[in-house]
Design a protein. Sequence first.
Length: 271
Amino acid sequence: MNRNLIIGGALTALFVCAALVSFLWTPDSVETMNIANRLKPPSADNLLGTDHFGRDILSMLMVGARTSIAVALVAVGIGMGLGVPLGLAAAARSGGMLDEVIMRMNDLIFAFPSLVIAILITAVFGPSATNAIIAIGIFNIPVFARITRGAALSLWKREFIMAAQVAGKTRTRISAEHILPNVANLLIVQGTIQFSLGILAEAGLSYVGLGAQPPIPSWGRMLADAQTMVSLAPHVALIPGLTIIAMVLGLNLLGDGLRDALDPRLKVVRA
């Protein structure tokens, strides 16, 4: 029994379900303020308490999950959609000019963390969830490009790839038909890891005011708003923080579980 896969999948499914349910129902409106009910501790009326504007924290977390998941998911999609083809192309032309250009471009992007990229984008276009997606997505491109290239390079020396070359297949066709399917498992596992990092990055960008803007709820901004009220109402900061930890932990456990389930070498060792 793959315990990491089960626990990670359950935690991830819980937050995904909460985000989906929030489209149809939340315990309270996230747009309605009730100052008279501000900073209330968890109770029967508000299971996780209320924030400094009197809004229900559970409802804020449910709607905020939509923002975090959407930003991280699209950002990972951008990284995979652009990084994987670049990695395949670099491996197919290993040692050539194309490989050198792609790798140096990756090094250039790695020199600027996602937060710095977000600040540059925000300075031009203004803070928003869309710009956070672009910043995180750009940072994901070299991650997937390097992983794809590294895995593909080892496959290009295998006998079945040499047989495909002898059969007259082009490098592009070999990359699509033989290389990509054999590195897909690795990319799926890395995708879950980058997804968890995307959740953290979105929370961090929102925390410093560069992510989703009011009135859109965000876990990171919930933490930023609560930082001056920890002594008055610890739950206002504690609950969003634990939510981020649980989401990231679930995705990391899911990634570990998928790695164990999809890697045939680990199956042989355990057998």
